[in-house]
Design a protein. Structure first.
Length: 257
Protein backbone atom coordinates (compact mmCIF):
# COMPACT_ATOMS: atom_id res chain seq x y z
CA UNK A 1 0.00 0.00 0.00
CA UNK A 2 1.05 3.56 -0.68
CA UNK A 3 0.25 6.46 1.62
CA UNK A 4 0.87 9.47 -0.59
CA UNK A 5 0.16 8.17 -4.08
CA UNK A 6 -1.99 5.63 -5.90
CA UNK A 7 -0.59 3.15 -8.41
CA UNK A 8 -2.63 1.54 -11.17
CA UNK A 9 -1.42 -0.73 -13.94
CA UNK A 10 -3.30 -1.17 -17.19
CA UNK A 11 -1.38 -3.68 -19.25
CA UNK A 12 2.03 -2.15 -19.94
CA UNK A 13 0.95 1.27 -18.62
CA UNK A 14 1.61 2.49 -15.06
CA UNK A 15 -0.50 5.38 -13.72
CA UNK A 16 0.91 7.22 -10.70
CA UNK A 17 -1.53 9.58 -8.97
CA UNK A 18 -0.14 12.06 -6.44
CA UNK A 19 -2.63 11.61 -3.63
CA UNK A 20 -2.59 14.48 -1.14
CA UNK A 21 -5.64 16.40 -2.36
CA UNK A 22 -6.18 18.09 1.04
CA UNK A 23 -2.98 20.10 0.38
CA UNK A 24 -3.45 20.31 -3.41
CA UNK A 25 -1.04 17.39 -3.84
CA UNK A 26 1.86 19.36 -2.41
CA UNK A 27 4.70 17.00 -1.56
CA UNK A 28 6.87 16.61 1.52
CA UNK A 29 9.90 14.50 2.34
CA UNK A 30 7.94 11.30 3.18
CA UNK A 31 6.13 11.58 -0.17
CA UNK A 32 9.43 11.98 -2.01
CA UNK A 33 10.73 8.83 -0.33
CA UNK A 34 7.64 6.88 -1.34
CA UNK A 35 7.70 8.17 -4.92
CA UNK A 36 11.38 7.35 -5.28
CA UNK A 37 10.52 3.71 -4.57
CA UNK A 38 7.57 3.85 -6.97
CA UNK A 39 9.72 5.08 -9.86
CA UNK A 40 12.48 2.61 -8.99
CA UNK A 41 9.91 -0.19 -9.30
CA UNK A 42 8.62 1.18 -12.61
CA UNK A 43 12.15 1.42 -14.01
CA UNK A 44 12.96 -2.16 -13.00
CA UNK A 45 9.74 -3.80 -14.23
CA UNK A 46 10.20 -5.15 -17.78
CA UNK A 47 6.42 -5.40 -18.22
CA UNK A 48 5.83 -1.69 -17.61
CA UNK A 49 6.73 0.35 -20.69
CA UNK A 50 5.08 3.78 -20.28
CA UNK A 51 3.92 5.82 -17.27
CA UNK A 52 1.51 8.65 -16.59
CA UNK A 53 1.79 10.86 -13.52
CA UNK A 54 -1.20 12.95 -12.46
CA UNK A 55 -2.77 14.51 -9.38
CA UNK A 56 -5.79 13.45 -7.33
CA UNK A 57 -8.85 15.65 -7.68
CA UNK A 58 -9.54 18.51 -10.07
CA UNK A 59 -7.81 21.39 -8.27
CA UNK A 60 -4.18 20.47 -8.67
CA UNK A 61 -1.56 18.34 -10.33
CA UNK A 62 0.75 19.45 -7.52
CA UNK A 63 1.09 22.75 -5.70
CA UNK A 64 4.78 21.98 -5.19
CA UNK A 65 6.67 21.87 -1.93
CA UNK A 66 4.55 21.48 1.21
CA UNK A 67 5.67 24.68 2.90
CA UNK A 68 3.30 24.25 5.87
CA UNK A 69 4.83 20.86 6.64
CA UNK A 70 8.29 22.39 6.37
CA UNK A 71 7.39 25.41 8.50
CA UNK A 72 5.94 23.09 11.12
CA UNK A 73 9.31 21.45 11.62
CA UNK A 74 8.94 18.53 9.25
CA UNK A 75 12.00 16.97 7.67
CA UNK A 76 13.31 19.29 4.96
CA UNK A 77 14.97 18.21 1.73
CA UNK A 78 14.66 15.91 -1.26
CA UNK A 79 15.69 12.37 -2.01
CA UNK A 80 18.55 11.60 -4.42
CA UNK A 81 16.12 11.21 -7.33
CA UNK A 82 14.69 14.68 -6.70
CA UNK A 83 11.24 16.17 -6.28
CA UNK A 84 8.54 13.49 -6.60
CA UNK A 85 11.34 10.99 -7.17
CA UNK A 86 11.75 12.30 -10.72
CA UNK A 87 13.44 15.68 -11.15
CA UNK A 88 17.00 14.46 -10.48
CA UNK A 89 16.50 10.94 -11.78
CA UNK A 90 18.94 9.94 -14.51
CA UNK A 91 18.91 6.90 -16.74
CA UNK A 92 15.16 6.29 -16.84
CA UNK A 93 14.62 5.84 -20.57
CA UNK A 94 10.97 4.75 -20.38
CA UNK A 95 8.56 7.50 -21.49
CA UNK A 96 6.57 9.41 -18.85
CA UNK A 97 3.54 11.61 -19.52
CA UNK A 98 2.38 14.32 -17.12
CA UNK A 99 -1.42 14.68 -17.06
CA UNK A 100 -1.90 18.12 -15.51
CA UNK A 101 -5.25 18.96 -13.97
CA UNK A 102 -5.44 22.28 -12.13
CA UNK A 103 -2.32 23.96 -10.78
CA UNK A 104 1.25 22.84 -11.31
CA UNK A 105 3.32 25.20 -9.22
CA UNK A 106 6.96 25.18 -8.20
CA UNK A 107 8.06 21.60 -7.69
CA UNK A 108 4.81 20.46 -9.29
CA UNK A 109 5.69 22.28 -12.50
CA UNK A 110 9.26 20.99 -12.24
CA UNK A 111 7.91 17.44 -11.96
CA UNK A 112 5.86 17.95 -15.13
CA UNK A 113 8.90 19.40 -16.92
CA UNK A 114 10.87 16.28 -15.96
CA UNK A 115 8.36 14.21 -17.94
CA UNK A 116 8.61 13.69 -21.69
CA UNK A 117 5.13 14.94 -22.60
CA UNK A 118 2.80 17.34 -20.79
CA UNK A 119 -0.93 17.01 -21.39
CA UNK A 120 -2.78 19.92 -19.77
CA UNK A 121 -6.47 20.40 -19.03
CA UNK A 122 -7.81 23.79 -20.04
CA UNK A 123 -7.98 24.84 -16.35
CA UNK A 124 -4.29 24.04 -15.72
CA UNK A 125 -2.01 26.78 -14.42
CA UNK A 126 1.78 26.67 -14.38
CA UNK A 127 4.36 28.77 -12.53
CA UNK A 128 7.72 28.79 -10.81
CA UNK A 129 6.63 31.14 -7.99
CA UNK A 130 9.56 30.51 -5.64
CA UNK A 131 10.99 34.07 -5.86
CA UNK A 132 7.78 35.40 -4.30
CA UNK A 133 8.54 33.45 -1.11
CA UNK A 134 12.30 34.00 -1.10
CA UNK A 135 13.16 30.64 -2.65
CA UNK A 136 14.30 29.40 -6.05
CA UNK A 137 13.25 26.57 -8.36
CA UNK A 138 16.08 24.22 -7.46
CA UNK A 139 14.53 20.97 -8.72
CA UNK A 140 15.64 21.54 -12.30
CA UNK A 141 12.98 24.01 -13.40
CA UNK A 142 15.41 26.88 -13.98
CA UNK A 143 17.32 24.70 -16.42
CA UNK A 144 14.59 22.62 -18.06
CA UNK A 145 12.28 25.53 -18.86
CA UNK A 146 14.86 27.56 -20.90
CA UNK A 147 15.84 24.40 -22.77
CA UNK A 148 12.19 23.77 -23.58
CA UNK A 149 10.90 27.19 -24.63
CA UNK A 150 14.03 29.32 -25.07
CA UNK A 151 15.84 31.63 -22.68
CA UNK A 152 13.93 34.88 -23.09
CA UNK A 153 10.48 33.34 -22.81
CA UNK A 154 11.59 31.29 -19.81
CA UNK A 155 13.12 34.32 -18.11
CA UNK A 156 9.83 36.13 -18.63
CA UNK A 157 8.13 33.43 -16.57
CA UNK A 158 10.82 32.84 -13.97
CA UNK A 159 11.72 36.46 -13.15
CA UNK A 160 8.08 37.45 -12.65
CA UNK A 161 6.82 34.22 -11.04
CA UNK A 162 3.66 34.76 -13.10
CA UNK A 163 1.01 32.13 -13.68
CA UNK A 164 0.67 30.75 -17.21
CA UNK A 165 -2.49 29.13 -18.54
CA UNK A 166 -2.59 25.80 -20.34
CA UNK A 167 -3.30 27.60 -23.62
CA UNK A 168 -0.30 29.90 -23.21
CA UNK A 169 1.85 26.95 -22.17
CA UNK A 170 0.85 25.24 -25.41
CA UNK A 171 1.71 28.36 -27.40
CA UNK A 172 5.05 28.72 -25.59
CA UNK A 173 5.83 25.08 -26.27
CA UNK A 174 6.10 23.32 -22.91
CA UNK A 175 2.59 21.84 -23.15
CA UNK A 176 2.36 19.05 -25.73
CA UNK A 177 -1.41 18.70 -25.91
CA UNK A 178 -4.53 20.35 -24.49
CA UNK A 179 -7.60 18.65 -23.04
CA UNK A 180 -10.99 19.73 -21.80
CA UNK A 181 -11.31 20.35 -18.07
CA UNK A 182 -11.34 17.00 -16.29
CA UNK A 183 -10.01 15.15 -19.34
CA UNK A 184 -6.23 15.42 -18.91
CA UNK A 185 -5.85 11.80 -17.82
CA UNK A 186 -8.06 10.52 -20.64
CA UNK A 187 -6.02 12.46 -23.19
CA UNK A 188 -2.78 11.24 -21.61
CA UNK A 189 -4.03 7.66 -21.93
CA UNK A 190 -4.67 8.32 -25.62
CA UNK A 191 -1.07 9.40 -26.06
CA UNK A 192 0.12 6.40 -24.04
CA UNK A 193 -1.90 4.08 -26.28
CA UNK A 194 -0.09 5.46 -29.32
CA UNK A 195 3.24 4.88 -27.60
CA UNK A 196 2.29 1.33 -26.68
CA UNK A 197 1.79 0.51 -30.35
CA UNK A 198 5.51 1.15 -30.77
CA UNK A 199 8.39 -1.07 -29.77
CA UNK A 200 9.30 -0.34 -26.12
CA UNK A 201 12.94 -0.87 -27.05
CA UNK A 202 12.61 1.74 -29.81
CA UNK A 203 10.95 4.18 -27.43
CA UNK A 204 13.79 3.83 -24.93
CA UNK A 205 16.41 4.22 -27.63
CA UNK A 206 14.64 7.32 -28.95
CA UNK A 207 14.29 8.93 -25.53
CA UNK A 208 17.86 8.21 -24.47
CA UNK A 209 19.40 9.41 -27.72
CA UNK A 210 17.29 12.57 -27.77
CA UNK A 211 17.95 13.49 -24.13
CA UNK A 212 21.62 12.55 -23.94
CA UNK A 213 22.25 14.10 -27.34
CA UNK A 214 21.19 17.51 -26.02
CA UNK A 215 24.51 17.70 -24.19
CA UNK A 216 26.38 17.55 -27.52
CA UNK A 217 26.33 20.86 -29.38
CA UNK A 218 27.11 19.50 -32.84
CA UNK A 219 24.14 17.55 -34.25
CA UNK A 220 26.36 15.37 -36.45
CA UNK A 221 28.50 14.39 -33.45
CA UNK A 222 25.37 13.65 -31.43
CA UNK A 223 24.05 11.39 -34.20
CA UNK A 224 27.28 9.38 -34.28
CA UNK A 225 27.17 8.38 -30.61
CA UNK A 226 26.22 4.75 -29.98
CA UNK A 227 23.84 5.20 -27.06
CA UNK A 228 23.35 2.23 -24.74
CA UNK A 229 19.63 1.95 -25.41
CA UNK A 230 20.27 2.05 -29.16
CA UNK A 231 22.79 -0.76 -28.81
CA UNK A 232 20.24 -2.80 -26.84
CA UNK A 233 17.63 -2.14 -29.51
CA UNK A 234 19.94 -3.47 -32.23
CA UNK A 235 20.39 -6.70 -30.28
CA UNK A 236 16.71 -7.10 -29.36
CA UNK A 237 14.00 -9.29 -30.82
CA UNK A 238 12.03 -6.12 -31.57
CA UNK A 239 14.71 -5.20 -34.14
CA UNK A 240 13.74 -8.37 -36.03
CA UNK A 241 10.03 -8.48 -35.20
CA UNK A 242 9.16 -4.98 -36.43
CA UNK A 243 10.25 -5.35 -40.07
CA UNK A 244 8.93 -8.94 -40.12
CA UNK A 245 5.48 -7.89 -38.93
CA UNK A 246 5.41 -5.02 -41.42
CA UNK A 247 6.22 -7.36 -44.32
CA UNK A 248 3.58 -9.85 -43.14
CA UNK A 249 0.99 -7.07 -42.74
CA UNK A 250 0.22 -7.84 -39.10
CA UNK A 251 0.65 -6.17 -35.72
CA UNK A 252 4.07 -6.76 -34.20
CA UNK A 253 4.48 -8.80 -31.04
CA UNK A 254 6.82 -6.68 -28.96
CA UNK A 255 8.63 -8.49 -26.14
CA UNK A 256 10.79 -5.69 -24.71
CA UNK A 257 14.14 -7.49 -24.74
Amino acid sequence: MHEFCKIEREGHLTIVTLNRPDVMNALHYPAHLELERVWNDFAADPEQWVAIVTGAGTRAFSAGNDLKYQAGGGTRGFVASGFAGLTSRQGLDKPIIAAVNGVAMGGGFETALACDIIVAAENAKFALPEPKVGLAALAGGMHRLPRTIGLKRAMGMMLTARHVSAQEGYELGFVTALAAEGQALSEAKRWAAMMLECSPMSLRATKQAAMDGLAIADVFAAAKVEYDAVARLRKSQDWIEGPKAFSEKRKPNWISE
